[in-house]
Design a protein around this ligand. Structure first.
Ligand SMILES: *Cc1c(COP(=O)(O)O)cnc(C)c1O
Length: 457
């Protein structure tokens, strides 16, 4: 029995349980016994107290569709390994292109492992389009001084992508953000101008539509105007906020996304798909050129001329499972409206949680929720310096983990010095009630009191 979304105990205790399970299991009972172990030791994203990450409870219909994919095992790297799945992925991507506001006849895309891979792809195409010719084939031109402009709150995968693409992490210039972690438009303009004066090339602007912590959406139209003015590629990382496109209420927040050259979407976040269900889209299919490859055993020219399509040149991967299938099934089952209602329910829940935080004197709200996250911290009544409050919040979160009673997020606001540690609820379970969120916050307060009492005593 568990007291909440996690097994109680320390990581070492759990690792010992897993080692015992592996050592003591063989033969036909392995599936049942190890599944039991996996379930016992899983973080249950459907538990109302499991609210740390963009880690959603998957829809049953999507999980069932994914199981069918596992059993049938189509692979998207050639038509003869996935005839229907190839056609289905192409059709689904056209629907998603329309959802973003792209012209589906001109757009292209692919299913990815998630925002990390999609961001890498967007920045790779940006590099190849913006630095003379196709860098993929020839290497980065001598003398090029490329920059990627992203906000301080952009996802860390942007730096990783810059490193992998041979531009170096230092090519990423961080634009300051406001209190809600939204990119400052004036600072973006200044950064682009300074990059240009310094003789460097602004290869890409990365605008985040839904920062991981606060869900804030960078000014997309301004980013698009500035990208056009400075000849930069615009990549919109909507790994989290893309789900807002499903909701009539929230979709206007993403106005301008259709002007992006490329977009990352993640349906294993605000889309209730089992991982992985990432999507990468480009507005103009021809910008995909640098990924095209010919492998005689996968996409020979004569097959292609005879009408056998190939998705090989759309992905960084070769063998690739049919992740589009579960999403196509989900969209047919619930419709955009049905999914939009789930998004709205989580958005309502975030506002209810913010109200509950405001009503609790021992909690301090960081700002109004934008999508479905709430950022706050425990603030003890007794005077404490900022470093001590940081430490206390980290400790109370670990206490909740150790007892297995709750999984709340812990993050830090951008900047320097103490006082930046915050707790976070990422609310992705549309069935969670306001009462359950209130109970979770009381659990946080109880843990805070306990830790504060131990520190004093
Ligand atoms: C989650 C997230 C990513 C990374 O996506 P993965 O699917 O985990 O690879 C990128 N950007 C943002 C804004 C995210 O929230």
């Amino acid at each position: 029995m568990r007291a909440g979304p996690l097994p109680a105990g320390s990581p070492a205790e759990l690792a010992a349980l897993v080692a015992d399970g592996l050592a003591g299991t063989n033969g036909r009972s392995a599936l049942a016994r190890l599944t039991e172990l996996l379930a016992y030791g899983a973080a249950d994203p459907a538990d109302p107290a499991c609210a740390a990450h963009l880690h959603c409870p998957p829809l049953a219909v999507a999980a069932a569709a994914d199981l069918a994919v596992s059993a049938l095992n189509p692979s998207q790297d050639s038509w003869d390994q996935a005839p229907a799945a190839t056609a289905l992925e192409t059709a689904l991507l056209a629907e998603l292109a329309a959802l973003v506001g792209y012209d589906p006849a001109r757009a292209a895309g692919v299913l990815t492992s998630g925002g990390t891979e999609s961001n890498l792809m967007g920045l790779m195409l940006a590099r190849d389009q913006k630095l003379d010719g196709i860098v993929e084939l020839d290497g980065i031109p001598a003398g090029a001084d490329p920059r990627i402009i992203a906000s301080e709150a952009a996802h860390f995968s942007v730096q990783r992508a810059a490193a992998l693409l041979g531009l170096g992490e230092r090519a990423v210039v961080a634009v300051p953000v406001d209190r809600q972690l939204r990119m400052e438009p004036d600072a973006l303009e200044r950064t682009l101008a300074e990059t240009s004066w310094a003789g460097a090339t602004s290869v890409a602007i990365v605008a985040t539509a839904g920062t991981t912590d606060t869900g804030s959406i960078d000014p997309l139209h301004i980013a698009a105007d500035l990208a056009a003015r400075y000849g930069a590629w615009l990549h919109v990382d909507a790994a989290y906020g893309g789900g807002a496109l499903l909701s009539d209420r929230l979709a206007p927040l993403l106005d301008g996304i259709a002007r992006a050259d490329s977009v990352s979407l993640d349906w294993h976040k605000l889309g209730w798909q089992p991982a992985a269900a990432g999507v990468f889209l480009v507005r103009r299919a021809e910008t995909y050129v640098s990924l095209a490859r010919r492998a005689e055993y996968l996409n020979p020219v004569d097959d292609e001329r005879a009408g056998y399509p190939s998705l090989l040149g759309l992905s960084l991967r070769t063998t690739r499972r049919a992740d589009a299938f579960k999403l196509a099934v989900t969209l047919r089952t619930l419709g955009r409206d049905g999914l939009g209602r789930l998004v709205d329910a989580c958005h309502d829940l975030a506002h209810a949680a913010a109200d509950a935080v405001r009503a609790e004197p021992l909690l301090e709200l960081h700002g109004e929720p934008v999508l479905t996250t709430v950022v706050f911290r425990y603030r003890p009544q007794e005077a404490a310096d900022e470093a001590a409050i940081d430490e206390l919040n980290g400790q109370l979160r670990r206490l909740l983990l150790r007892t297995g009673r709750a999984v709340v997020g812990r993050t830090e606001l951008p900047g320097e010095g103490p006082g930046r540690v915050r707790l976070k609820l990422t609310l992705l379970n549309p069935h969670t009630t306001t009462g359950e969120v209130g109970a979770l916050l009381r659990e946080v307060v109880r843990a805070g009191r306990k830790v504060a009492g131990e520190r004093a005593g």
